[in-house]
Ligand binder design. Structure first.
Ligand code: COA
Length: 155
């Protein structure tokens, strides 16, 4: 397993690779000027030996972190990169002095890989939003997921 990736902020040089991953991951690609600007302000990547393997676009609204987009390169899946990326955000909500207490995100209810992934890394389903993805015909529902750190026993 190739899980030596670290997580760092996106930089402009990552854009070509991140766009490539985005197009591999999503039927409706996010790439474009708006996506580049958003990634520059709150994007994160996992590089391994200089090559980006996956990316996240996150929104930080205290006390919550919303993961808005997560994608791992097609040929690099099941190698722990998605887990590493989300582990980085999970560590931000853990710890008594953290300003954040929860991560939440949505995924397409037909996205079996993502459903297995989020369940495996400790997220819980909290809601279903009907017809959340109107770009599909018929519109698709979204599962809402949340991650909260385990309460530490008092004393
Ligand atoms: C979902 C996604 C981000 C997972 O990334 P990944 O790097 O492949 O995931 P990891 O290797 O870190 O997987 C961690 C664990 O999640 C589970 N998992 C991940 N993908 C899985 C799959 N396709 N089938 C079954 N379990 C899976 C496994 O338990 C895995 O642990 P294991 O490999 O030791 O068994 C990736 O499949 C992806 O980019 N998909 C396309 C874009 C997408 O759907 N993004 C999410 C939209 S909300």
């Amino acid at each position: 397993m190739d899980n030596q990736a670290n997580v760092r902020r996106f930089c402009p040089e990552d854009y070509v690779r991140v766009s490539e991953i985005d197009r591999e991951c999503f039927e409706y690609s996010y790439s474009g000027d708006a996506f580049r600007t958003l990634m520059a302000s709150r994007g994160y990547v996992t590089p391994v030996k200089g090559q980006v393997q996956g990316f996240v676009l996150a929104d930080f609204s205290k006390p919550q972190i919303e993961i808005q987009i997560l994608g791992v390169a097609k040929g690099r899946r099941r190698a722990g990169h998605g887990r590493n990326l989300l582990r980085f955000f999970q560590s931000l909500v853990e710890g008594d002095s953290s300003e954040y207490n929860q991560i939440h995100l949505k995924c397409d209810e037909n996205n079996d890989d993502a459903i297995r992934f989020y369940s495996d890394i400790g997220f819980k389903r909290t809601a279903l939003i009907h017809q959340a993805y109107m770009e599909f015909h018929p519109p698709r529902n979204a599962i809402v997921w949340s991650y909260k750190p385990c309460a530490t026993p008092a004393g």
